[in-house]
Design a protein around this ligand. Sequence first.
Ligand SMILES: [Zn+2]
Length: 144
Amino acid sequence: MVFETSKQYSGSRNVNQSLWSAENWPSFSVLEMACHHCGEVYLWHEFMDKLQKARDLSGYPFRIHSAHRCALHNARVGGAPLSQHLKMAVDIGLHGHDPQKLYQYCKIAGFTGFGFYSSFLHIDLGRQRTWYGNQKAKQIWQVY
Ligand SMILES: [Zn+2]
């Protein structure tokens, strides 16, 4: 049985879905965090704990557009070759959220990488950085 922890997360693995902690992460399902193409699961406790914390601060459901991606799926959707999605990153739909507040909650929860897009916020635990998906996204995020 392969078990991914925050100390050992290089390389994705298919993990036993029973290791998913519904108790610790009640707002999320293992399915929505798995690769949408093949169902590969990348279990990273520290990531999920922070995501649940951001969700609790927000008090509003997180609609996950994209989470873990296997290498094939990442290539197919045109993801960066070293995308954090290959480990774990989530794109949270902005619908129903105040984008700036959502960003603040994710920052408070401990996320370090932020991509600002027109319809979602990308968050990850990679190197501390921010970027805009495109010019339109820049305009959208700057007006808030
Ligand atoms: Zn896949």
